[in-house]
Write a protein that binds this ligand. Structure first.
Ligand SMILES: [Fe+2]
Ligand SMILES: [Fe+2]
Length: 310
């Protein structure tokens, strides 16, 4: 398991080496202990709708994803924390990873809340969309057992880790010409989603069970299907609404460019990530079967530029 760490990385405390080692024994996968980094991004909100180097529609796509994070990440935190609070998790290293997972997600929430409020000021009605997302999550909290809520978290963590890997693998997805704080904010989020991608999953295995139990397997894959079936139609609807409110619904060139980035050859983020999305159905799946730790060293540069000073 990862090395114990109680530190949050701030401007006064600059160091950022991910601690990881391969696990011996039945798990046979890598564990990475997330590091809490207190970073703040001075987004230039004058560029809110055209911050992305590939234009307004590409900006709207990532702004749309931002809508889901404040309440979604709170749901992730609560579903994992449940098993710490009730004493199910006793492994000290895993408890430490959970603590750092919660710390990372809390800081992501803070930055996305700032971004979403700027969307409100720009007349994009982020609040109204967040209300709908919150209502869905509230329903989930009432209707589903803690185990199923954690299964939903694991599924959405796989989705975020899959998209994050794409953002880190193909840096041209957020070109250098983009507004720097937006570009780096998304890269930071992608790095930390990568760093903590195994934590909720390990809690699930510890608290609920493994794929050796067919009921547990059915739970996690059905949660994967359900979560994605709800998430993607909302992304499409919200992105269309944001584009409409921004006067960009008929920007055919912009849509074509965005479609090419997501589905085409350059680089085709969503198209290329389909196999990895399906990997979740494989019995015995673990997020660290895709070993992409090499990207984590990029965090140092972000820490140097954006660590909170106060
Ligand atoms: Fe996050
Ligand atoms: Fe996450």
């Amino acid at each position: 398991m990862g090395k114990m760490s109680n530190e949050t990385i701030t401007a006064k405390n600059l160091k950022s080496k991910p601690q990881s080692k391969p696990i011996a024994g039945p798990k046979q996968h890598i564990n990475v202990n997330p590091i809490r980094r207190d970073l703040e991004f001075p987004f230039d909100f004058n560029r809110l709708s055209d911050w992305h180097g590939d234009g307004r529609i590409a900006s709207h796509f990532l702004n749309t994803l931002s809508l889901f994070f404040p309440d979604g990440e709170q749901f992730f935190i609560d579903s994992v924390r449940h098993y710490r609070t009730n004493g199910t998790i006793t492994d000290k290293a895993l408890l430490e990873e959970v603590r750092n997972f919660i710390g990372q997600e809390a800081m992501h929430r803070r930055e996305h809340i700032g971004l979403n409020r700027a969307m409100d000021k720009a007349g994009l009605n982020a609040k109204g969309k967040e209300k709908q997302i919150l209502a869905i999550l509230k329903f989930g909290r009432k209707a589903f057992s803690p185990a199923y809520q954690l299964a939903v978290t694991c599924a959405l963590e796989h989705l975020t880790a899959t998209l994050a890997d794409g953002l880190l693998r193909w840096e041209e997805l957020i070109p250098e010409s983009s507004e720097p704080a937006f570009r780096d904010g998304w890269r930071w989020h992608a790095l930390e989603e990568t760093e903590h991608k195994g934590v909720a999953y390990d809690v699930f295995r510890e608290a609920v069970g493994t794929d050796a139990n067919p009921k547990v397997y059915a739970m996690r894959v059905s949660a994967h299907v359900l979560a994605n079936a709800i998430f993607w139609p909302l992304v499409v609807a919200y992105m269309a609404d944001i584009a409409r409110r921004s006067g960009d619904l008929t920007d055919i060139k912009g849509w074509a460019k965005a479609a090419s980035i997501l589905f085409g050859r350059k680089p085709g983020l969503l198209r290329k990530k389909v196999p990895e999305w399906f990997h979740y159905f494989k019995p015995g799946f673990h997020p660290w079967q895709l070993d992409n730790r090499e990207y984590l060293s990029r965090a140092d540069k972000l820490v140097e530029s954006y660590a909170k000073t106060a």
